[in-house]
Design a protein. Sequence first.
Length: 226
Amino acid sequence: MQCQNCERPIEPSDERCPHCGAKPLHLRSAGESRLREFELTPEEAPFEAGGGPQTNDWIFSPEPQENQNAAIDEQNDIRGGEVRLGGFWRRAGALIIDLIVVAALVSVMAFLSYLGYRVGLSAHGRSVSWENAAPLFVLLSWGGLGLATAYFVLFHGMEGRTIGKWLLGLKVVGLAQGAITYRQAFLRWLAAAGFAPLALGFLWVLWSREKRAWHDYLAGTWVIRV
């Protein structure tokens, strides 16, 4: 091969021309290509501690206030909403219907209990009288109370509405218009039965801005129109 500088013959293994001392061209190209391998391009900026672009994966920004308010509003109760609340007269009508239904059920239970009690006494040659009717009265009292409790607790716990509320378009709900639990339904029934002799617990619906009776406040419930 020839030297590209002085055009004299040289050996391929020579690192420099023995005549002019110039570096052969093929060695120059190889050296430049190796240098290019280590050059930093503009996209490959040097890394410095604490420098460099930041990614959004590690940036924790506070949640926007609008999202926080929306989440709070979802958990709020129905006080400030546009839900139609059940008024006193509509609720009173639903209660009357429910009491009629419970009374009908208790009457059927009382009649069947009386027949069973009478058959039991007749097997001993006795008939029903005021002297031996005390056990029957105790049975009917506890049975009627248990039937009324089951009626209100089960219906309110299942769908939030009894037969009376279903007919008049009412429903018992909890916070954020959610369904109530059986525990709330039972507490609501206990409070309603306890305040029933006073009547003021239910009449409080007339003065309450949220149309809530005392048992609603204790159980954390509302009655809305659906």
